[in-house]
Ligand binder design. Structure first.
Ligand code: SP5
Ligand code: ZN
Length: 345
């Protein structure tokens, strides 16, 4: 399987995030990529290939131009306002209910205009790393389009919580959606299966009113789990997209038996959609020992996830999303890919 990765992710190195009203060590850290690369090497995957630069055009098919400019300029503006001893940009005000979506000039407020949480840090290197991650997803997508049966984009920062003009959940550019859109633009029929433990709210929102891309997300019950405000079973799409979004319900704490029921429903819906290409938003924060996981899968379950996905028998692009149990993230990720490859051959 082709693996696309780049050291450029390391420029995004959050020192911490806000949790429970306190500044705690960040969960989404550069070591995640190194650990996954180490596991891939140990399992004899081919050496990773660096991404090519695709420029802004494929990003603009998914994200707004003003949003991209904001991401690029936010940290310099933050630094200009607060100085060097404020290394993490976080908003102090969010655009909540009963307020007007007026775009503020103040950088502190502008962060709150473009995000939906206060736990996603923006740093000096964030935009460059996010661009490199999107390029990784696009490069892997191009391999698929050129005939590779499977490819893995080791993206960091992740992307599935980011919508057209919204960041959050450690995500800035939606790598999965950008790759899916690019493949669609090449004339392919794409289904997205999101197996990160959190709802892929950004991906859902981006394609919500479209029938040409199917979005399916398996995740912990949003009543208990981030992102809380989207990801319910009655979100089935809107307008032309009605019927083209699926969130099979999964109880908090689910193990493999319950998980596979939801996965089977997802696979049946994807089969009925009849895609020629599958994009998997691959998060491994479904792991019982993950520090922010709502689900309870164990290590032995991960090859089975890959094997189940291979039943669809489609060219498959895996795009890395979450997974924060540092002692296991490498093996869990490699095991999904191995399970897929072994069942495919
Ligand atoms: C890509 C991805 O997996 N993003 C996840 C973002 C979750 N952000 C909120 C984290 C809050 C963690 N609080 C849970 C505490 C349980 N000990
Ligand atoms: Zn997640």
């Amino acid at each position: 399987m082709k693996v696309i990765a780049t050291p450029a992710h390391a420029a995004h190195a959050p020192s911490g995030e806000l949790e429970g009203g306190r500044f705690v060590p960040a969960y989404e850290v550069p070591a995640r990529v190194d650990l996954i690369l180490g596991a891939l090497e140990a399992h004899s995957f081919a050496a990773p290939e660096a991404p090519s630069a695709f420029g802004e055009a494929p990003l603009l098919k998914v994200h707004g131009a003003a949003y991209l400019r904001f991401l690029e300029d936010a940290f310099p503006a933050w630094r200009a306002k607060f100085g060097d001893d404020h290394p993490s940009a976080f908003p102090s005000t969010l655009l909540g209910r009963h307020l007007r979506a007026m775009k503020p000039r103040d950088i502190d407020a502008l962060l709150g205009y473009y995000t939906f949480d206060i736990a996603t840090p923006l740093h000096a290197g964030t935009y460059g790393a996010a661009r490199a991650a999107a390029d990784s997803a696009l490069t892997a997508a191009r391999h698929l389009h050129e005939g590779a049966p499977a490819a893995f984009a080791l993206c960091r920062p992740p992307g599935h919580h980011a919508a057209q003009d919204l960041y959050g959940g450690y995500c800035y550019l939606n790598n999965t959606a950008i790759a899916a859109q690019w493949l669609t633009d090449q004339g392919r029929r794409v289904a997205i299966l999101d197996i990160d433990g959190h709802h892929g709210n950004g991906t859902q929102t981006i394609f919500y009113e479209r029938a040409d891309v199917l979005t399916v997300s398996l995740h912990g019950d949003p009543r208990d789990t981030y992102p809380f405000f989207l990801g319910y079973a009655d979100e089935t799409g809107a307008g032309a997209g009605e019927g083209f979004n699926l969130n099979p319900p999964l109880a908090t704490g689910s193990r493999l038996d319950a998980y596979r029921e939801a996965l089977n429903a997802a696979i049946a819906r994807i089969e009925a959609f009849g895609p020629d290409t599958l994009v998997v938003a691959l998060g491994v924060d479904t792991f019982a020992e993950d520090p922010i996981s709502p689900l309870a899968l164990i290590e032995a379950d991960y090859p089975r996830l890959g094997a189940e996905i291979s039943r669809l028998k489609r060219p498959t692009l895996f795009v890395m999303e979450g997974g924060y149990a540092l002692h296991a993230v490498g093996n869990l990720t490699a095991n999904v890919l191995l399970g897929f490859s072994q069942a495919s051959s």
